[in-house]
Ligand binder design. Structure first.
Ligand code: JBB
Length: 242
């Protein structure tokens, strides 16, 4: 998969994409991530990317031309019929979910646009972006951190990136259930023990215990994960104290 990122802060992307699963996927060529400095697509002496809004108002708005030119550059000489998904990171977008990450992981080419300031000229939203995406309902200072989240969530689902396809399947949200508690050695630390069943060697009992713990934890913490699938119903009387 090819992922192009367009940003005024390319340096933000250096370290986070070098480590762990994504770092290895890049070394192996499964993921090609190109980060472009929006300023390279300006044509004025001072590489201006933002200006005050027409009609007045607070703050600055990102100019359209550098985004139009950057996306044209990213498209390059693409195969006929291939259309990259051009994603604008914005609080106005649909929320990122595991399901949408899976859809994006099937794409050949993603282009991620990172706005700053108070927003971006509407013509970029309308004529350049094919999709708008939010990572949640909170305020952050620009699209860069959101783009990193998207790259992580999507990149690990690209075929071949995870060594064990099994782990992608059992991760929380792939199956709509949280994982239960986990323990490792030592068996006793500062007087704190480990549930006996886990050290019993009875694999049937261990599996049953893990399943039950996952069920309880999901019902307590994220009951909506269960009700959406219709498998469990949130027992309000038992878990809400109001
Ligand atoms: C940013 C989080 C964009 O598209 C918008 C918008 C509103 C306020 C600020 C920004 C650019 S900075 S991108 C993702 C924050 O409505």
């Amino acid at each position: 998969m090819l992922i192009d990122v367009v940003t005024i802060f390319p340096e933000v992307f250096a370290q986070p994409l070098q480590v762990g699963v994504l770092g290895r996927a890049r070394d192996e060529g499964l993921l090609i991530i190109r980060v472009h400095d929006l300023r390279d697509f300006t044509r004025d002496r001072h590489s201006v990317t933002d200006e005050p809004p027409y009609g007045g108002g607070p703050g600055m708005v990102m100019k359209p031309e550098p985004f139009f030119r950057a996306v044209e550059f990213c498209r390059g000489r693409e195969m006929p019929g291939t259309r990259p998904r051009v994603i604008l990171l914005t609080p106005q977008g649909r929320s990122l979910t595991h399901h949408r990450s899976e859809e994006m992981a099937l794409e050949e080419h993603l282009i991620l646009l990172c706005p700053r300031y108070e927003g971006i000229d509407e013509r970029v939203r309308q004529w350049v972006a094919t999709h708008e995406l939010s990572i949640g309902d909170y305020v952050i200072s620009g699209g860069e951190m959101a783009a990193l989240v998207v790259i992580d969530a999507v990149g690990r689902l690209v075929p071949g990136v995870l060594g064990h396809p099994q782990s992608a399947k059992t991760d929380s949200f792939a199956s709509p259930q949280l994982e239960g508690p986990q323990y490792t050695r030592p068996a006793r630390y500062r007087g704190l023990g480990v549930p006996d069943v886990l050290r019993s060697g009875d694999h049937g009992a261990i599996l049953k215990w893990h399943q039950e713990q996952a069920r309880v934890r999901t019902r307590m913490r994220r009951p909506q994960l269960l009700s959406s699938r219709g498998e469990w119903q949130y027992d309000r009387e038992r878990f809400d104290d109001d």
